[in-house]
Design a protein around this ligand. Structure first.
Ligand code: SF4
Length: 541
């Protein structure tokens, strides 16, 4: 039984299923297009980092081909490490049968009589600030690490677990560097190596990443061994966030629904707490007195809401009202805003729907887009055009003494890209300062309908716009409309991968974006109408 680093950050049931011979034929979803693209993007990022590093270290650099069979890859790695090669890219370490692990790291760097792992990831690993231990890409070694005056660490538990896993493998092979457990990460920025001290007591409870890793790995190994040998399963399905992207959902989902598992309405810690108190099904939760004391403390929502949500799930209701009266801020002039981005690469489209009193600007939908593949400086032009239009709406509304509300659905994405655009394109024509963006998104004008839906309703099937807006009677023109599909359409629309740009897909994206803003418009009109009272009130269930 040999496990790789991923198991440590993975759902325990998934580890079970992946090692249970009886689950070999159980239904599994194929990799979706988004995941496939992420895998390809991550591989391209690793390659580009390898090329940069190799340029700086031609004489000290060696690569192990990923195309070799595992055994030969491992032998080639060992040969390079035993020669003391300073930088080994793509190494696969000897498996550790006693410890039950296998794996490698993108880069192994020579240090104090052995090696340290450096992994390459496609997410941000620092934030502006100070205090991270970093070394430049020109010197990706611990000896060159300094306290960075411009970067602070953005800690990722998964990265630390991967580094700890590789350190244990190096240790088992007698190849680990002397000194404290240390590993490096090169992130999306690909500008420095960020070093983690994995012996530091930075984890909750005051223990280190190494201690956390050892405990988690021992647990996953026990789960996998029990599954492989037909022992009592140590992990049962329970709905968690990871289920959304897990290939095993076609197996776990129906099982959880059939057993009416309490995790269908509650998540994480609360599910564990209620199970501990003997409340294992939605029906058992629904039967409790919502005005009474909870059988175990729950933190994700009030006990009353938990019982109402269970009752909504029993009746297959998408929504129930949390209050007798539903409120949504309205104004003389209203704007619905929706942004489309392509992963981390950029925000390529800002769509706006203007409605309400006449301010001398045409009402209806407007799109501010760049069709040059992001990242592109042309993104600055389209963002500036969006901001200038919004500023015009705000000024004209204020001049006329009218009120204004601008709506979005889940402000996190829009806020993030507005702030990031102001930062990235600072100084370009028409780009606002981050302070100006901050002033707008903190103002009462900016209304997050997603948060409002959470305040006003309990949502038994999730809070996504595609789930909620149909309750308000809205439907999308495109039967395949989804965030995931929009990524694929975008690739075709701008000709990523060298193809000709597909103009039909651009039109499709514009229709999709226009529908999204019309959906928030329809949702809030419905929330301010009497029709919303057709949604049952939780207390009446
Ligand atoms: S579907 Fe959910 S419960 Fe099942 S293995 Fe995946 S993450 Fe775990």
């Amino acid at each position: 039984m040999l496990l790789d680093a991923a198991v440590v950050s993975r759902c325990r049931r998934r580890v079970h299923l992946e090692h249970d011979p009886a689950a070999a034929d159980a239904p599994r979803a194929a990799l979706d297009a988004t995941t496939q693209r992420r895998i390809a993007d991550a591989a391209a990022h690793r390659r580009s980092v390898a090329d940069q590093l190799a340029e700086h270290h031609t004489a000290d650099w060696a690569e192990v081909s990923p195309d070799l069979p595992a055994e030969q890859r491992c032998a080639a790695t060992l040969a390079l490490l035993s020669k003391g090669t300073p930088f080994v890219w793509g190494g696969l370490l000897p498996a550790d049968p006693l410890g039950g692990r296998r794996g490698g790291a993108e880069l192994l760097v020579r240090h104090r009589g052995g090696y340290l792992p450096v992994i390459v990831v496609r997410h941000k690993v620092t934030d502006p600030g100070a205090g991270a231990r970093t070394s430049p890409l020109t010197q990706p070694v611990l000896a060159a690490a300094r306290t960075d005056p411009e970067r602070k660490l953005r800690p990722h538990s998964r990265d630390q677990m991967r580094l700890a896993h590789t350190l244990r493998l190096l240790q088992a092979a007698g190849l680990v560097a002397r000194g404290r457990a240390t590993g490096g990460v090169i992130g999306l920025e690909a500008d420095v190596v960020v070093w983690y001290n994995l012996d530091a007591p930075t984890w909750s409870g005051g223990h280190s990443a190494m201690v956390e890793y050892d405990a988690r790995f021992a647990d996953r190994l026990a789960v996998a061994r029990a599954a492989a040998t037909g022992g009592q399963p140590l992990a049962l399905p329970s709905r968690v966030t990871e289920c959304r992207s897990c290939p095993w959902w076609p197996t776990c989902g129906p099982a959880l629904r059939a057993s009416r598992d309490v995790s269908m309405v509650l998540r994480g810690e609360d599910t564990v707490a209620l199970r501990g108190a003997g409340v294992t099904t939605v029906d058992a939760l629904a039967a409790l007195d919502p005005a009474g004391n909870p059988p175990a403390p729950i933190t994700g929502m009030s006990f009353r809401d938990a019982v109402w949500l269970a009752r909504a799930w029993q009746r297959d209701l998408t929504l129930v009202r949390r209050h007798r009266r539903i409120g949504v801020p309205r104004a003389d002039v209203e704007v619905d805003v929706d942004m489309e981005s392509f992963d981390e690469a950029g925000a390529y489209l800002w769509g706006c729907l203007l409605s309400g009193s006449d301010i001398g600007m045409p009402c209806g939908y407007r799109a501010f887009a760049t069709w040059e593949p992001v990242p592109t400086p042309d993104e600055a032009r389209s963002f500036a055009a969006f901001w200038s239009w919004l500023t015009d709406v705000r000024s004209r509304t204020a001049e006329r003494g009218l009120s204004l509300a601008a709506y979005c659905y889940n402000e996190q994405a829009e806020n993030r890209w507005m702030l990031s655009s102001a930062e990235r394109f600072a100084g370009a024509p028409g780009i606002p300062t981050t302070a100006a963006v901050q002033e707008f998104i903190s103002s009462e004008t900016w209304v997050d309908l997603y948060a409002l839906v959470g305040t006003e309703f309990l949502c038994a099937h999730g809070k996504g716009l595609k789930t909620i807006a149909p309750v308000a009677g809205f439907s999308w023109h495109d039967p395949e409309a989804s965030g995931e599909n929009s990524m694929r359409w975008y690739s075709d629309a701008v000709g990523l991968g060298g193809g000709e740009p597909d103009l039909a897909q651009r039109a499709r994206l514009l229709t999709y974006n226009a529908d999204d803003v019309r959906a928030t418009h329809a949702l809030r009109l419905w929330m301010s109408s009497d029709r919303v009272n057709e949604v049952p009130y939780g207390g009446d269930l």
